[in-house]
Design a protein around this ligand. Structure first.
Ligand SMILES: Cc1ncc(COP(=O)(O)O)c(C=O)c1O
Length: 457
């Protein structure tokens, strides 16, 4: 028995149970998702794809409807084909897509597979600047894709915190990108997909791609627009953030679905097959069938009425938390939030950088992350803000009362800082006492609202 690793896993279970997870990209999966991920499916190699026939209809129809052939390179695929067909069918249903590729190992892999499917080296992509809330994979110079393709960045309007649509249009007309990319890691507004689709339509051969990694669960739960309903051709996402599934990626698309073993013409209507061929064999090897089974469970759960209630509660909780924090003098980028996350300017709120605030929160059992704010002039490892969100604590069943308690805790932490005490830190002894009290309050909330694994539901 490898008792070292299992002891560490037990320690992590305790950490997750006793602390409060405020990182907006994290969540707690259900015991069913966990069970599928820990299953014998990890033993199976399934390079290729199942049959794509008859994926409309109920799960029972999908299970019955597989044609004779599949597109796999190994035998023994009866069960894996059924699992992947269910995962694809459920994802299509959930997100109104013509096709779903459930094999990307992560969100980054999903984005890279779309670039590889549609672009030639040197082609231009217009995406959001990392420093304004975009993701690394949207063209940060340290990534491989930035070495291959030409990324042009747009930012947010510093006054409103919203997208600068005029700038996006101007840059699009100037650079004629092959992809316009919408979707962010630290953005609290709902993008106007129609407006961007109209811009894209003016550029021949421009693929409209939405990276909805952060808000996929809000889309599935009906509280955020679905870019595929607003003229976008492709949507990528992770499955482990608001969607509350296993760690992994997913690509959804509109267009014609065909045999992935056969080459197709380079057109937007063929994007489903171009993507399939780009995921495998283009950028990945064998799929992780245990994770695909867990994704199928996640899509099932995300289609239930209870998930719609969950998504609504995430947004309500974020709004309540935002209002309470604003009342307490916190400076929020964008003035609040329309989704699941908040970006706080900690320098303006209490005179400390985001890393310092993050560390203080850590000592109280509150996990969040330091984050750059738009036009941040500070270094990446000590940026001017923190990012936090409500998906994980909402999964634990917390509601508006708990958001008020949380705001009180965050405000008590801000009160330690020089910006709130005429440039001086709070007295060390007082700080130590308050940290112990806050730690207790957080532990109390953790006990009162157990994680799904503790509740076994
Ligand atoms: C918008 C966005 N896209 C892509 C990713 C990458 O996902 P992964 O970490 O699964 O590669 C993230 C992760 O934080 C993200 O926020």
């Amino acid at each position: 028995m490898d008792d070292k690793i299992f002891q560490i896993i037990a320690d992590e279970e305790r950490r997750q149970s006793e602390g409060l997870e405020l990182i907006p990209s994290e969540n707690y999966v259900s015991p069913q998702v966990l069970r599928a991920m820990g299953s014998v499916l990890t033993n199976k190699y399934s390079e290729g794809y199942p049959n794509f026939e008859n994926l409309d209809g109920t799960d029972a129809q999908v299970l019955k409807g597989a044609g004779e052939e599949n597109y796999r390179y190994y035998g023994g695929q009866d069960n894996t084909d059924r699992i992947e067909r269910l995962a694809i069918a459920r994802a299509r249903r959930l997100f109104h897509a013509d096709h779903a590729n459930v094999q990307p190992h992560s969100g980054a892999q999903a984005n890279n597979a779309v670039y590889n499917a549609w672009l030639k080296p040197g082609d231009t992509v217009l995406g959001m600047d990392l420093a304004h809330g975009g993701h690394l994979t949207h063209g940060a110079p340290v990534t491989q894709s930035a070495q291959i393709y030409n990324f042009i960045s747009y930012g947010t309007n510093p006054e409103t915190g919203d997208l600068d649509y005029e700038e996006i249009e101007r840059l699009a007309m100037e650079h004629k990108p092959k992809i316009i990319l919408v979707g962010y890691s630290a953005f609290m507004k709902i993008p106007d997909f129609d407006r961007i689709a109209k811009i894209g339509a003016k550029i021949p051969g421009c693929l409209l791609m939405a990276d909805m990694a952060h808000v996929a669960g809000l889309i599935a739960g009906g509280v955020h627009p679905n870019p595929l309903d607003h003229g976008f051709h492709v949507m990528t996402t992770t499955t482990h953030k608001t969607l509350r599934g296993p760690r992994g990626g997913l690509i959804l698309s509109k267009g014609i679905v065909s045999n992935p073993l056969k080459k197709v013409g380079h057109s937007i209507e063929n994007i489903p097959t171009l993507i399939d061929r780009s995921v495998f064999p283009g950028t990945q090897g064998g799929p992780l069938m245990h994770v695909i089974a867990a994704k199928a469970v996640c899509f099932y759960e995300a289609g239930l009425p209870s998930f719609r209630r969950y998504a609504r509660q995430i947004v309500n909780n974020t709004k309540v938390l935002a209002a309470e924090l604003k009342d307490a003098g916190f400076v929020l980028i964008g003035g609040g939030s329309e989704n699941h996350l908040l970006l706080i300017d900690t320098i303006k709120t209490c005179g400390v950088d985001g890393k310092t605030f993050e560390k203080l929160c850590d000592r109280c059992g509150l996990t969040l992350n330091a984050n750059a704010i738009p036009n941040d002039t500070r270094k990446r490892f000590s940026p001017s803000g923190v990012r936090l969100g409500t998906p994980a604590i909402t999964t634990r069943g917390m509601g508006e009362n708990e958001m008020r308690m949380l705001a009180t805790c965050l405000n008590a932490i801000a009160d330690f800082c020089p910006g709130r005490n005429n440039g001086q830190w709070q007295d060390v002894e007082i700080m130590g006492k308050v940290i112990v009290e806050l730690r207790e309050a957080v532990r109390y909330l953790g006990k009162k609202f157990p994680t799904p694994t503790e509740r076994k539901i």
